[in-house]
Ligand binder design. Structure first.
Ligand code: ZN
Length: 152
């Protein structure tokens, strides 16, 4: 039985959109406004173990986030995609997830873009967690924007 955080029911409260196999989650400690995670619903530890269907859905969601999430957070045309695989990669949860990180003209990483990567690799527990009320407000407005009605 796998019990990582992405395989618990709690992840549903952090979900603001999903497809058949992939959920879109708002990071609990976003490195920039809009920082989201694309996570397969099935427990998958390695990107190479994703099915073709899962891969296609994941890339389709990148497209959707580019179109809807970027303008929602006024992030111009920039974003980072990060996937870490394996214990030597900085992967913080042993369940594949793709970070979608909108980039802003004035975000704190413009001075040194490489710092973004170390910030992501730290994992959410070592970053500044959003206040509960702030998090609920964002999830609520994202669910509305993405017309998400709960798990499918
Ligand atoms: Zn898992």
């Amino acid at each position: 039985m796998d019990t990582d955080v992405f395989c618990t029911e709690a992840i549903e409260r952090q979900t603001y959109f999903d497809t058949r196999n992939i959920r879109v989650v708002y990071d609990i400690a976003p490195v920039t406004p809009g920082h989201s995670l694309l996570i397969p619903k099935r427990h998958v530890t390695d990107a190479a173990l994703l099915t073709e269907e899962e891969m296609l859905e994941m890339l389709g969601l990148v497209k959707l986030l580019r179109v809807k999430l970027i303008p929602f957070f006024n992030a111009e045309d920039s974003y980072d995609l990060i996937i870490q695989v394996g214990k030597y990669s900085g992967m913080s949860v042993p369940h594949i997830h793709m970070h979608f990180i909108p980039r802003h003209k004035n975000d704190k990483f413009q001075v040194d873009n490489d710092k973004l990567y170390s910030e992501v690799a730290k994992g959410p527990a070592a970053r500044r967690l959003l206040e509960k009320t702030e998090y609920s407000r964002i999830i609520g407005s994202l669910r509305k924007e993405f017309r998400y009605k709960g798990g499918q």
